[in-house]
Design a binder for this molecule. Structure first.
Ligand code: ADP
Ligand code: MG
Length: 340
């Protein structure tokens, strides 16, 4: 196809990012990691690496105003950025917020939005240091950028995994996707279940403490946060590390609430755990000989549970092993802004 006639839909989100990478670095000194990981990594400065990340949330694309409170929306806008800092193992220091606001937006709404942002920043000791404000001809746009830091030798990249490494995930998976289905009315369930699963979607907890512990243990080899879905995000580790992976479906951690809901609806919660996005858990790899170290540290500190869900393999691609031991190759259909 003629390059001039191609659209972003033809390239896809990740094809587009790859296509703009060339010619971006004009002063490479001081840049440890540019485009291609959860954060850019700069430095070192006095042994520390600086982390920088930004994420954009758009009305009706990332959130539905009718289905979230302003507080939750502000919280989530910060949370998705803190999650990218967590994915490198860092601590979050400073946040910047830029808004494009439709003219008829209520002041009470905006105050609520900032209450949510400040609450989450406060919990992790991050400052809100600036941003930009514009009117919007369309919906509400929220862009947040966050800076963080970490000891330079402790940073965990997507590219560090090797064949044979074990694959772990924090917490449980699939809850946020179930929450979204409940919000949209695609699924229904008892009020208590609904509340806790919807909260996972609207108010995710960034795993900053767990991320730091994992990085400081020096037992992990690669890490990413689960924003697009377990398999889609594992695929980023595989591609960056030039390796493949095998995931054991039966080992995927699902919450009691999700298991309950799925039993009612005759659904397999592990399907949501494999493909559902926005859990903001951490997915990381550990060389086999360091298994005891990571499991010991995480158990001792009790920040959150971790579960071993698979192993890195030689070659390319991800294979999913079902409960009968049958392996199937996964074909990428992860979330892509221009293809879903
Ligand atoms: P995440 O899901 O962790 O936020 P993304 O998949 O959004 O990561 O981004 C992957 C990489 O591509 C990151 O390094 C990000 O900074 C970079 N990136 C994404 N969009 C753009 C863009 N429009 N221009 C330059 N870099 C981009
Ligand atoms: Mg990420």
């Amino acid at each position: 196809m003629d390059r001039e006639q191609k659209t972003i839909e033809d390239l896809g989100e990740f094809g587009f990012i790859r296509s703009i990478m060339k010619g971006c670095l004009h002063s490479p000194e001081g840049v440890i990691q540019g485009i291609g990981d959860d954060c850019a990594v700069l430095g070192p400065h006095n042994g520390k690496a600086l982390l920088f990340t930004t994420d954009l949330l758009i009305e009706d694309r990332h959130f539905l105003l009718a289905k979230t409170s302003p507080f939750e929306l502000g919280w989530k806008a910060i949370a998705v950025n803190l999650s990218d800092i967590a994915a490198m193992g860092g601590r979050a220091n400073h946040a910047f917020v830029s808004l494009a606001i439709p003219s008829r937006t209520g002041v009470a709404f905006l105050n609520g939005l900032y209450d949510g942002m400040k609450d989450l920043c406060h919990r992790f000791g991050a400052n809100l240091l600036g941003g930009d404000t514009s009117s919007s001809p369309g919906g509400l746009f929220i862009n947040v950028a966050v800076m963080g830091e970490i000891a330079v030798e402790a940073v965990l990249y997507r590219k560090g995994a090797s064949p044979g490494d074990l694959i772990y995930v924090t917490g449980s998976l699939g809850g946020s996707a179930a929450g979204l289905k409940l919000l949209k009315g695609v699924l229904s369930g008892p009020e208590e279940l609904r509340k806790s699963l919807v909260a996972l979607h609207n108010r995710p907890e960034p795993r900053l403490l767990a991320g730091r512990l994992i990085a400081e243990s020096r037992a992990a080899s690669a890490m990413i946060d689960v924003s697009d879905g377990l398999l889609a995000d594992l695929n980023h580790i595989c591609e960056a590390s030039h390796a493949g992976a095998r995931i054991f479906m039966e080992q995927l951690p699902v919450s009691r609430e999700l298991a309950f809901l799925c039993r009612d609806q005759k659904m397999d919660p592990r399907e949501l755990a494999l493909h559902g996005g926005e859990d903001y858990e951490l997915l990381f790899t550990v060389p086999r000989e360091k298994r005891q170290i990571i499991e010991g540290v995480m158990e001792e500190k009790g920040v959150c549970p971790i579960t071993r869900v698979g192993e890195m393999t030689k070659g390319k691609g991800i294979r999913v092993v079902n409960k009968d031991g049958v392996e199937e190759e996964w074909v990428s259909e992860g979330f892509d802004h221009f293809r879903s």
